[in-house]
Design a protein around this ligand. Structure first.
Ligand code: ATP
Ligand code: MG
Length: 387
């Protein structure tokens, strides 16, 4: 988040010190489209240490020339003009050269609509015909698309993302290159893939973007999501990132379990995926075992997959009114169970608790002391005598 006022202040300050500076990239594009830019990237002839001297800042990407400037509570990425060296991992260039001209800096950027510069008076400098492509609503690489995609395969997915965000079409040569170079997607790190796919799914024209991804067969080069993409295209029904990844777990747990989600998210997608099977009727027991969030996600995923309706408020009500929410809330303590049976602590206690909880959840028992003691004596103490 940021404001154009701040961005202009940064430009003025850099200029007053004899440097060049412009707003560049998505902010210029969005500004010209009449959309409110979210983030402001600036490009400057000043070297990173010179930028740092002039502003309150953090050296977030010093090696790549990026300094994050702080203004009020907002941050602005200020990057020194650069050209990128080759990239071993198609991720970060192995090294960058600080460039001497802003034109060089523009030429390393991905698409023409992301390559325009704007000064503090709103004056546009455009070396790549970005304005024409913006008018034509076209996504086109800066320079030779095959070369640009081989430098960084993420750009293939970025083209899809901008299509989803802006509802633009992809220029023919760029489109052909995306199709032919699809195999390069296997070189992307899973972290980058997760971020970019999530961005695509969150766009306004998600279905259009996913349709292109499908038509270009990109999904065959992203292990784990093939069937999910097929299903979305078939259903023509929009999806959220969480439901997307749960559906993917549902179809292809084996490949999805290799993805680098946090353990918490893995557990969530895995469990919700398991619960999403058509014949699973989501119950009080599920709410008790996995919590409201996971069960709601499962309900949404079931609804997506089987076109059933779901009543979120019913699940919420059910959760609110669970007769017990955790085994520690049982009105009979494990020490009491041990005393009554003269047995030592062990796995049997958990079994008894699970049994009691199950009966409480199905309203066969009340979570009340006398009732639990009676039930315990009846079921477990008497049984012991016959052992
Ligand atoms: P968004 O609205 O999603 O923020 P953006 O165009 O600002 O879109 P960012 O990912 O914020 O995209 O990147 C800022 C700018 O940096 C881009 O506009 C583009 O000029 C350049 N850029 C970003 N990623 C790449 C890349 N992988 N290859 C080349 N240039 C890139
Ligand atoms: Mg941006």
């Amino acid at each position: 988040m940021g404001t154009i006022n701040h961005a202009n202040q940064i430009i003025k300050k850099l200029k007053s010190e004899g440097h060049e500076a412009y707003i560049v990239g998505g902010a210029v594009r969005d500004h010209l489209l009449g959309l409110k830019p979210v983030d402001f990237d600036l490009t400057t002839s000043a070297k990173p240490n010179q930028v740092m001297k002039l502003f309150e800042s953090r050296a977030t990407g010093f090696k790549y020339g990026t300094i994050t400037v702080l203004m009020d509570q907002f941050t602005y990425e200020v990057t020194t003009y650069r050209t990128d060296g080759p990239s071993e991992d198609q991720r970060h260039p192995d090294y960058v050269f600080f460039g001497t001209s802003v034109e060089e800096d523009v030429l390393r950027r991905d698409f023409t609509i992301n390559g325009m510069l704007m000064d503090e008076h709103g004056e546009i400098t455009d070396y790549v015909s970005g304005q024409d492509d913006l008018k034509q609503k076209t996504i086109k690489t800066i320079g030779e698309p095959y070369l640009r995609f081989s430098e960084d395969a993420l750009r293939i997915l970025r083209a899809i993302y901008f299509q989803g965000k802006l509802n633009f079409s992809i220029e023919d040569e760029t489109y052909e290159a995306m199709k032919k170079m699809a195999g390069l997607l296997t070189t992307l790190s899973n972290e980058r893939l997760i971020v970019e796919l999530s961005k695509i799914i969150k766009t306004d024209y998600q279905l259009k973007a996913i349709d292109t991804l499908h038509t270009l067969n990109l999904h065959h080069h992203i292990k784990g999501i093939e069937e999910t993409i097929d299903v979305i295209v078939k259903k023509k029904k929009s999806i959220t990132p969480e439901t997307f990844f749960t559906v993917a777990y549902y179809f292809d747990e084996k490949n999805m379990s290799q993805w680098t989600f946090s353990n918490k998210l893995k557990h969530k997608f895995h469990t919700a995926g398991q619960l999403s099977k058509e014949n699973v009727k989501l119950s009080a027991q599920h709410l008790f075992d996995y919590g409201l969030e996971i069960v709601k996600l499962a309900a949404r995923t079931q609804a997506y997959l089987f076109d059933t309706s779901y009543a979120m408020n019913k699940l919420e009500y059910m959760y609110e009114h669970l007769p017990i929410k955790s085994a520690v809330d049982l009105k009979m303590k494990s020490t009491e169970m041990m005393a009554l049976t003269h047995k030592k602590a062990g796995a049997w206690i958990k079994d008894v608790q699970d049994d009691m909880v199950k009966k409480i959840l199905s309203h066969e028992l009340k979570n009340e002391r006398t009732e639990l003691f009676l039930y315990f004596r009846e079921t477990y103490v008497k049984g012991l005598k016959h052992e």
